[in-house]
Each structure stands twice: as structure tokens, then as C-alpha cells.
Design a protein around this ligand. Structure first.
Ligand code: FAD
Length: 317
């Protein structure tokens, strides 16, 4: 089932969550265990992230330093299909511009279609750590809006090869990312909003937001989107803080603010277990308020940690 149909048909806020594919060299057991812990809350769909190739430096036996290409978490397509077939829950794999040519993207989408996946989240991805700015592959998509356009073309049966005949349309429901506190590269929220609108005009059917810790930022973002003519569902992304270091790491990585009350409470914590308690209580307050305001779905960034997510879901659903 398509995410947009799930949301439109549901009279109340649904629950969805996001997981990372297993690290290379490990099995899917931990991931399946995470899912099984959360099944009692009736997740309506599950997102699986995608991780592009990165470069790292490795010291060889002869002492020379070798630059290597590594992908730490391969397997998004296979694990997405495996989860969907094992649990009968729709899975939303993330599709990136970064690191992929348009042709490779088309092949991934063909594979997903054959595997019965109907949903994708279309993203640009971040630049490589070694790059000052995001650089697409030659013949790759530069912005998520271009990727959405490519997927929308496939929905109409328009493949990259203009000579292909009798093409099967690949009917995906397309989601995209939105940033209540603006994307870190955007000069301001208005410019970011114009590009978000471009993604929707290109065919995105819903938006999932970056994590935020102050709900008023999400409500203002939704209002701003509506004023800009963006009418698609806007799903709030909820991240329960689980370790103390996230007090400084999350603002740095995701370019978001932590409200003063939350920051103060975290600063008083002596260890990760205290921080997890504070983070869970904060997330419960956020989630209850989002449900009260009729959010279409609570999209929880779980990253494999379940006890706090269970506590939050028990408190709100
Ligand atoms: P875009 O929408 O392309 O925007 C990127 C920047 O370019 C913005 O500043 C925007 O304002 C600007 N821009 C957009 N279009 C134009 C244009 N036409 N001209 C000029 N400027 C433009 N990353 C991963 O690597 N893997 C994942 O699985 C993953 N999952 C995510 C899930 C969610 C819900 C979210 C919110 C983010 C996720 N990310 C993931 C991170 C995401 O890839 C980064 O935030 C990335 O930097 C931007 O992606 P985007 O799709 O929002 O890009």
C-alpha cells in the first residue's frame, strides 16, 4: 500500500519508524529484532535509509596509505524487500542522488518494482566528507527535485532510453525531505521552501521532516508550506534523545536547535541512562502534542534503539 493512501485513509495519527540497513559483515537479525519489538504498536510503514560509498584511508602492510572506497551499510534494496515480505508492512527505501548515476538509479527502481516495493523517499544525500560542496556523479541527479522528476517519468513509463517500447510504468509513491529549521546549505527558509515546492511540483506526494525538538517550529513550517501552496501531508520526524553526547552532536550534524529547557535538563544528566530518560520524557510530550494537533504520522528515527520508542508509543497511541 502507498504511504499517501495509508495516511489519507487513517482517521488518526499513524506510527512509522526509520531504520538503518545492517552494517557490512553483520546479519539482519538485529534489524528484525528491532522490528519485532515494535510490531505491537502496529507500524503502518517502515523506512530504510541508504548510505552511499565513502572514502577512507587504510595503512597497508608496506606502510603506505591507501585510499579505499567503502560502503558501510549496503543492502537497502534487499533488506527493504525482505522486511516487506516477512512482516507484510510496506517499506520505504531511501533513494539518493549522491553516488549514483541516473542509470544506476533507474536500475535500483526497476529492482524495487520487481520486488513489490511501492514507496520511495527521494533525497539528494550529503556530499562526501572530502568535498566542500555536494557533487553529483557525472550523469547523476544534482537535486532531489531532479530525482523526483526521474521517478515521476518512470511512473509514466518514461525510461532513460528513448527507444524502449511498451514500457511498464513504475508506480511509486514518492516522499521527500523537509526542514522546519531550514536545510543547512539554504541561505534562508524562504529559498528552501521554493525548492521544496519544486519537489512537490515534480511529483512528491508527501514530506517527512528533519527531526525537531520544538513543535512550534513544525507547526510554523506547516503553515509556511500551506501559504506557499504546498498541500501534501507533512509528516513530523521525531528523534528521542538516547545518549548524552547528542546534546552537541545533533545540532552539529543536523543543523537544528535544542530548546533551552531540554538542553538544561540534559546538561544536568550524569550519564547516558539519565539522558535517555530526559530524551524519552521530552519525546513523549512532543508526540502527545503532535497527535493532539492531528499530525498524519509520527515518524520515529529509532536507529535500532527500541525501549525508549516503546515507552513513547505506549504513552501516546
Ligand atoms: P534537496 O531537496 O536537493 O536540497 C538540498 C539543498 O539544495 C537545500 O539547501 C536546498 O535548498 C537546495 N536546493 C534544492 N533544489 C535546488 C535548486 N534547484 N537550485 C539550487 N538549490 C537547490 N541522507 C542519506 O544519505 N541517506 C538517507 O537515507 C537519508 N535519509 C533522510 C531522511 C529524512 C527524513 C531526512 C530529512 C534526511 C535524510 N537524509 C539522508 C539527509 C539528506 O540527504 C540531506 O539532508 C541532504 O543534505 C539534503 O537532501 P534533500 O533531499 O533535502 O536535498
Amino acid at each position: 500500500m502507498k504511504v499517501v493512501d495509508i495516511i489519507n485513509k487513517s482517521e488518526k495519527t499513524v506510527f512509522s519508524f526509520e531504520l538503518l540497513p545492517p552494517l557490512k559483515g553483520t546479519t539482519g537479525d538485529k534489524l528484525y529484532n528491532t522490528i519485532e519489538q515494535l510490531l505491537e504498536f502496529d507500524p503502518k510503514y517502515i523506512n530504510i535509509t541508504t548510505h552511499r560509498d565513502e572514502f577512507d584511508f587504510h595503512q597497508r602492510e608496506d606502510g603506505l596509505i591507501e585510499k579505499r572506497i567503502v560502503r558501510k551499510r549496503p543492502g537497502t534494496v534487499a533488506i527493504a524487500a525482505s522486511i516487506q515480505h516477512k512482516y507484510g508492512i510496506p517499506v520505504v527505501p531511501h533513494i539518493l542522488c549522491g553516488g549514483f548515476t541516473r542509470s544506476e538509479t533507474e536500475h535500483v527502481l526497476i529492482d524495487l518494482f520487481f520486488l513489490g516495493i511501492e514507496n520511495v523517499l527521494a533525497l539528494r544525500g550529503d556530499g562526501l566528507k572530502s568535498e566542500p560542496v555536494f557533487t553529483p556523479e557525472p550523469n547523476g541527479n544534482r537535486y532531489a527535485s531532479e530525482l523526483v522528476e526521474q521517478i515521476s517519468n518512470l511512473k509514466k513509463g518514461k525510461y532513460l532510453d528513448p527507444d524502449l517500447k511498451n514500457n511498464t510504468p513504475l508506480d511509486f509513491c514518492i516522499g521527500v525531505a523537509g526542514y522546519p529549521e531550514k536545510h543547512f546549505e539554504a541561505p534562508n527558509l524562504d529559498t528552501d521552501m521554493e525548492y521544496l515546492r519544486k519537489k512537490v511540483d515534480a511529483g512528491a506526494e508527501y514530506i517527512v521532516t528533519q527531526m525537531f525538538f520544538d513543535n512550534s517550529k513544525y507547526y510554523r513550517f506547516v503553515e509556511k508550506c500551506r501559504a506557499a501552496g504546498i498541500t501534501v501531508p507533512i509528516i513530523p520526524g521525531l528523534k528521542p534523545i538516547a545518549v548524552l553526547s547528542q546534546l552537541t552532536v545533533l545540532p552539529k550534524i543536523f543543523s537544528i536547535d535544542l530548546p533551552q529547557d531540554l538542553a538544561k535538563a540534559l546538561k544536568k544528566c550524569k550519564n547516558n541512562s539519565d539522558a535517555k530518560k530526559v530524551g524519552t520524557e521530552w519525546a513523549i510530550l512532543q508526540a502527545k502534542d503532535l497527535v493532539k494537533h492531528g499530525a498524519p504520522s509520527l515518524h520515529v528515527y529509532t536507529y535500532g534503539i527500541t525501549d525508549n520508542v516503546k515507552e513513547i508509543m505506549k504513552a501516546v497511541l
